[in-house]
Write a protein that binds this ligand. Structure first.
Ligand code: ADP
Ligand code: MG
Length: 273
């Protein structure tokens, strides 16, 4: 596969084969139709911003790509081949990694232990084989530096890091373990302005490392800082699907704020006075 990394969507050099693709995908939870008719393409070296209000279907969408839930309409492909993931582990084996808002980390364990959580290096194949601590410490330290993540001490408990830093460690970990698609569910939602900025920087770093990033957020400003492509979901449907060159920030913001509905509301509030 040949692809070219680039800084802006305006330069339309794209992978000849998308990493992942959803074609007319739908999902129902019993009687609740959470998603319908979703088309989406994940390409190497690009960030897709998925926006939408609460209940729009954002988490459902990424749970399908991540192998946590199964779609019951349409087709999902990875590297051009149809897939039906039965588990997150299966998605991961295809290079699809997900960073959830409530990170699966152990607060009291060191940064490096968390970096290798579930994928520890051991000397030998036995379950009780000794951990290669020195090697893991060094790799974690190097990888975090490479991504530009600054932690005071690789041995400090990860619980002492800020929420933003923990998100960054999770992103660096996904990059190190060979993720090709990185899915981030509202990574900036609980963060202040400065910390959100740091996380956005690492999203850009993951993109520059050639990953295809799916960035879920309800903040159009955050999406606009890093995304090449935007999708807005509303009640399970795509209501906007545009590249960065085709949508200005104020249009995104207006669509997210519910534009027309806000106008109507404002009218209704005036009328009553
Ligand atoms: N496990 C589930 N069982 C039943 N309904 C669900 C489940 N998960 C989500 N839903 C419903 O699907 C819709 C989309 O939810 P979700 O994907 O969580 O949206 P978002 O992440 O955009 O807030 C909502 O109506 C929600 O109540
Ligand atoms: Mg959600």
């Amino acid at each position: 596969m040949i692809y070219t990394l680039h800084e802006h969507a305006e330069s339309t050099v794209v992978a000849d084969e998308p990493l992942a693709r959803l074609i007319d995908v739908g999902k129902s939870y019993g009687a609740v139709r959470a998603l319908r008719g979703i088309n989406m393409t994940v390409r190497a070296g690009q960030v897709t911003g998925v926006l939408g209000d609460n209940g729009a279907g954002k988490s459902t969408l990424i749970k399908i790509i991540a192998g946590l839930h199964r779609h019951n309409e349409g087709i999902m492909t990875v590297d051009g081949k149809e897939v039906n993931f039965l588990s997150p582990r299966e998605a991961l084996s295809h290079g699809i990694a997900t960073v959830y808002q409530d990170l699966a980390m152990v607060g009291l364990m060191e940064v490096w232990r968390n970096f290798f959580l579930g994928s520890e290096l051991t000397a030998g194949r036995f379950p009780l084989a000794p951990l290669k601590s020195a090697e893991m410490r060094e790799i974690a330290d190097n990888e975090l530096r490479k991504m530009g993540v600054v932690v005071k001490d690789i041995d400090q408990p990860i619980g002492e890091l800020s929420g933003g830093q923990r998100q960054c460690v999770a992103i660096a970990r996904a990059v190190y373990f060979g993720a090709r698609v990185l899915i981030l569910d509202e990574p900036t939602a609980a963060l202040g302005v400065k910390q959100a900025g740091v996380v956005l920087k690492y999203i850009a770093a993951a993109r520059d490392a050639g990953l295809g990033v799916v960035f879920i957020t309800h903040n159009p400003h955050h999406a606009y800082m890093v995304a090449d492509h935007f999708i807005i979901l509303k009640l399970g449907r795509v209501v906007l699907d545009k590249t960065r060159a085709d949508v200005p920030l104020d249009e995104l913001t207006r669509m997210m704020a519910g534009g027309d509905e806000l106008n109507e509301l404002s009218h209704d509030l005036q009328v009553g006075r």
